[in-house]
Design a protein around this ligand. Structure first.
Ligand code: HEM
Length: 216
């Protein structure tokens, strides 16, 4: 398994698979397959893929630990950047095809429609993560600060779920499904953090780490 996960070709294959939804959209575009409302079709498709890629990215750490596959980490940045790429197409479709770059209208829309506000918040949270995703930025910011920024992915995913829930109004099964998945992943992360902290505190109190007692 290790050889598979560390192979350059697996990474290339995963990259190509991640491009498939975009490829399907472009293919449909050239074959009149975008339905009666192409703008809506592009927005719904790219919105769903943004959420899916956010979930895939959030799954990497639990899968790495639960399945003892540390090399899965090699795919986290790529998946996160694909989430942001699909979100960028989603957002650009809204800015250009939906609102014709009318920034006065766009700011009014963001302030007025709660589902747009939630989506925009998700975008604002993911933007610094996409910018600082390179190794150079980890060095520049330092591991702790970099991690703090990148923990925002949980909040971004929550914003995405709320955005989806408020958008669909009637049939809320899919947003609730994504909400449940994000909640499980977040709870797992909190549990992992809690048990690691407890283990560290225990290690500090163990006799071999205890300060030497001069009176003994
Ligand atoms: C983390 C960020 C975001 C995620 C995960 C996300 C996800 C989604 C999803 C899943 C849908 C489909 C809803 C459905 O099936 O009815 C959707 C629709 C939509 N999103 Fe987003 N979105 C995000 C950010 C944004 C932003 C920044 C904007 C624009 C400011 C936006 C504008 C829209 C619009 C206008 C629709 C409705 C499309 C239509 O019905 O024609 N979204 N989004």
């Amino acid at each position: 398994m290790r050889a598979l996960l560390t192979s350059k070709w697996t990474k290339v294959a995963v990259f190509l698979i991640c491009l498939l939804p975009l490829g399907a959209l472009v293919w449909r575009g050239f074959h009149h397959g975008l339905g009666a409302n192409p703008v809506e079709f592009i927005q719904l498709t790219t919105g769903e893929w943004t959420l899916r890629f956010l979930v895939f990215t959030l799954c990497i750490t639990p899968f790495r630990k639960l399945l003892s596959l540390p090399d899965l980490i090699r795919y986290r940045r790529m998946l996160g950047l694909f989430a942001f790429s699909y979100l960028s197409i989603h957002f650009l479709t809204y800015l250009f095809l939906d609102q014709s770059f009318d920034f006065a209208e766009i700011s009014k829309d963001i302030a007025k429609r709660p589902f747009i506000t939630a989506g925009f918040l998700g975008f604002l949270l993911l933007l610094p993560m996409a910018i600082t995703s390179s190794a150079g930025w980890i060095r520049r910011l330092g591991g702790k600060r970099w991690q703090r920024i990148h923990r925002g992915i949980y909040l971004a995913a929550i914003c995405g779920v709320i955005h989806y829930y408020w958008k669909v109004k009637s049939d809320v099964r899919m947003p609730l499904f994504y909400g449940a998945v994000v909640a499980i992943l977040l709870l797992w992360r909190l549990g992992d953090w809690f048990f690691r902290r407890r283990a560290m505190a225990g290690a500090k109190l163990s006799p071999q780490h205890a300060p030497a007692n001069p009176s003994s």
